[in-house]
Design a protein. Structure first.
Length: 156
């Protein structure tokens, strides 16, 4: 799935005169959905149009009926130290490839409770040091056992 995050830059002059400066669009590409069997690993790649070495890139997940959860991320100013939510640091790892501007979330021993919409996100700052996080459509991760589903179908 390809999504764009566009920022329109306009300079406001005196007497409500506006000067158009430009449009900057960021592209974050990740699959619309993934299916993983319980106990198996997760690999979720996100290719971005910006330099992963110049901006903070993070992964979040949003389980149904629960709050959005930060998994971890890395980027500008972190000296490539990837930070993780304490309770998830043993389950997930994130890698970055600067040459392809790709961030990859790797999950280990995924379980049904890990089913959620997973988001790759870009974080940047403005001149007043306020942070903005750019979310696009996420990847729906479903965990199910194909073998159990096939056995159920065979009994019909």
């Amino acid at each position: 799935m390809i999504t764009l995050d566009c920022l329109l830059t306009v300079l406001t002059l005196q007497y409500n005169i506006f000067l158009f400066i430009g449009v900057k669009c960021e592209q974050l590409t990740q699959p619309a959905s993934l299916a993983v069997r319980p106990g198996q690993p997760l690999t979720l790649s996100c290719q971005v149009s910006y330099s992963v070495s110049s901006y903070w890139t993070a992964f979040f997940r949003h389980p149904a009926g629960k709050a959005l959860e930060w998994i971890g991320g890395s980027g500008e100013g972190s000296r490539w130290t990837t930070l993780y939510k304490d309770s998830l640091q043993n389950q997930f790892s994130i890698t970055f490839v600067s040459s392809t501007n790709t961030a990859t979330l790797n999950g280990h021993n995924m379980q049904p409770e890990d089913s959620a919409v997973y988001y790759c996100a870009k974080q940047d700052h403005n001149d007043t040091n306020q942070q903005r996080i750019h979310f696009r459509e996420g990847s729906l991760l479903l965990l199910s056992s194909t073998q159990i589903l096939n056995e159920t179908c065979n009994y019909n």
